[in-house]
Design a protein around this ligand. Structure first.
Ligand SMILES: Nc1ncnc2c1ncn2[C@@H]1O[C@H](COP(=O)(O)OP(=O)(O)OP(=O)(O)O)[C@@H](O)[C@H]1O
Ligand SMILES: [Mg+2]
Length: 311
């Protein structure tokens, strides 16, 4: 369905997409997971032809974005990170507008509006102006706009940022069901849970580079240890972290300031638990709680970069 080949993009002197390549099969749900500023939106803009790449190419169903931009745009639905709707128009008129942009008019367009309102669950609000909608509802209509022309490939750029949990769940369920019905999906996020829920394959992007790619199980098998020790502390020091890193069989130690936790990565959490606590206490840390936790894609990101996805 999609082949992204060695894409590069600089803004001024800053190279924001360095060498991004990946392929997506028809029917897949592919997650692009990365922190703020990683280059997700820029990559997506190059895929849809909204931003021209300095180097590389994008093939959608074997057609190059450069050679046939119009045909490709018909195959792709894009849900941009920023809401792109007319606030003073009703939900229904917004959908009709976006349908028209893709050449959809008359009874065909009206029928599709009904279907799309049903998909995004906003039939009861169709006549209301978009400006009266909650953030989550605006997001849902934004998704609807991208669905009007029944694209084969739906590209979503962080569609759940800053919305209420109810709308978030609705969106996740909608995307899952679209994918189950055969739509190919690209979903960018810095929420590991969303990507784990929706996507069969994941690319982890950081500083404009794909640093890991594969199915969830392939990626998780790269993690040193299937679990890690989480130590909750009141304060922390670099000396204490260094001392904990020296404990036998410990691979990596990361302090997460926002949660006040130290994460200790090792192949054998049960065995090192005692030494970790002793070391922490000897270094003057006040240990409040200790837990052994399952590894996940966030863990992999931490191990690869030493940073958290949401730093
Ligand atoms: N039009 C532009 N002009 C200059 N710099 C830009 C432009 N667009 C993006 N950048 C820079 O490129 C880098 C990557 O931005 P991008 O929006 O692709 O990241 P992102 O992964 O989508 O991040 P976020 O999760 O915050 O949306 C950032 O450093 C950003 O400041
Ligand atoms: Mg972005």
């Amino acid at each position: 369905m999609l082949e992204v080949k060695e894409l590069k993009k600089s803004f001024g002197k800053k190279e924001v997409v360095k060498n991004v390549s990946f392929t997506i099969e028809k029917g897949e749900a592919f997650g692009l997971l990365g922190p703020n500023g990683a280059g997700k939106s820029t990559t997506i803009s190059m895929i849809c032809g909204l931003v021209s790449a300095d180097q590389g190419d994008v093939l959608v169903a074997n057609q190059s974005v450069k050679a046939s931009p119009i045909e490709i745009k018909k195959k792709i639905g894009v849900v941009p990170q920023e809401i792109a709707l007319y606030p003073t128009m009703s939900a229904r008129d917004n959908l009709l507008f976006w349908g028209k942009m893709y050449g959809l008019t008359g009874t065909k367009a009206k029928k599709r509006v009904e279907e799309v309102l049903d998909i995004v669950g906003l039939k009861d609000r169709e006549k209301d102006r978009v400006e009266t909608f909650s953030g989550g509802m605006k997001r849902r209509i934004n998704i609807g706009a991208a669905l009007m022309h029944e694209p084969e490939l739906l590209i979503m750029d962080e569609p759940t940022v800053g919305i209420d949990p109810q709308s978030r769940n609705h969106i996740l369920e909608t995307v899952k069901s679209l994918n189950e019905k055969g739509m190919t999906i690209i979903y960018t996020s810095h929420y590991m849970e969303e990507v784990e829920f929706l996507c069969t394959r994941v690319g982890i992007i950081d500083h404009g580079e794909v640093i890991a790619i594969g199915t969830k199980s392939e990626l998780c098998s790269r993690i040193a240890g299937s679990s890690f020790v989480e130590v909750m502390v009141e304060t922390c020091s670099s000396e204490a972290l260094e001392a904990m890193k020296q404990v036998e069989n410990v691979k990596q130690v990361v302090f997460k300031e926002e949660s006040g936790t130290i994460e200790v990565y090792t192949q054998s959490p049960q065995e090192v638990l005692g030494s970790i606590i002793t070391t922490a206490v000897n270094e003057g840390l006040k240990v409040e709680a200790v837990e052994i936790k399952e590894s996940n894609l966030e863990t992999l990101f931490l191990q690869l970069t030493g940073r958290s996805l949401r730093d």
